[in-house]
Design a protein around this ligand. Structure first.
Ligand code: APR
Length: 233
């Protein structure tokens, strides 16, 4: 069966009200990466890091999927191809739209991880440095998100999917964070046709065969309809 691999980034959730990272006024304009998104930052000030992710968890819990998430769920349900969604997003909007088995390569806000024993569980809406691990009782509870300096999840599986893809689409990602920024090159080497859907040029736009500019909720439904009708990617 043919395989379509989709990579999504913060831009796909922007119209659901969740801020991106690198746009003007984005999360990294207001918070220092070293403080809130690194293992060192967490070791220095776990309360600050929990506070940052608690706010994002509450916001994500209130967000609703938009037309772009819905269109990808439709693609998964209706395509005569295997459709694999790989997301850098830690929100649950692909699942809320009805998508199955999205690969969260940067983890999930809704999950907690014990840094001492590796146990994972459903995160409370508000986590604190005083929480204890339900398995080993350590005071080492952290959001199950991948920080700078840590390895993204499920990379072997993702590279396998890219190697077998006939279409690769990147949606709403600036192409500034690796390894995801290299996925178009990986897929193109394996023979996939690569499409970028983004508001603005990304750092890796040249790696794509086709570029569609616009808001994800405007562009993705039409692109999906084209793929489903066999009118190319
Ligand atoms: N529709 C389509 N694209 C959009 C929209 C929209 N409505 N709004 C913004 N964009 C685009 C921006 O032009 C930008 O290129 O989405 C991209 C968002 O880029 P980033 O903020 O860098 O987000 P992302 O690429 O997902 O970041 C990757 O960086 O810090 C980390 O771990 C975090 O997973 C994240 C990773």
């Amino acid at each position: 069966m043919e395989k379509i691999v989709i990579l999504t980034g913060a831009g796909i959730s922007a119209e659901s009200g969740l801020g991106t990272f690198r746009d003007a006024g984005g999360l990294w304009a207001e918070h220092r990466i070293e403080d809130v998104a690194t293992p060192d930052g967490f070791a220095r000030n776990p309360a600050l890091v929990h506070c940052f992710y608690n706010a994002r968890r509450v916001q994500a819990a209130q967000a609703r999927p938009n037309a772009a998430h819905m269109a990808l769920a439709r693609l998964q349900a209706e395509a005569r191809a295997e459709v694999v969604i790989v997301t850098q997003n830690v929100d649950g909007l692909h699942e809320a739209a009805g998508s199955r088995d999205a690969i969260h390569m940067h983890g999930e806000l809704s999950r907690a991880l014990c840094a001492a024993c590796g146990h994972r569980w459903q995160a409370a809406l508000s986590m604190s440095e005083r929480d204890t691990c339900p398995r080993c009782s350590a005071h080492a509870c952290r959001p199950d998100v991948v920080w700078f300096g840590e390895l993204p999840y499920r990379m072997e599986e993702i590279l396998d999917h890219l190697a077998g893809a006939s279409i690769f689409a990147a949606i709403g990602t600036s192409g500034q964070v690796w390894p995801a920024a290299g996925f178009a090159q990986e897929a193109a080497c394996a023979g996939a046709r690569c499409v970028e859907i983004n508001l603005e040029p990304s750092a890796v736009s040249d790696d794509f065969h086709k570029v569609l500019r616009g808001r994800a909720s405007d562009v993705v439904p039409g692109w999906v309809a084209g793929v489903l009708s066999g009118n190319g990617s």
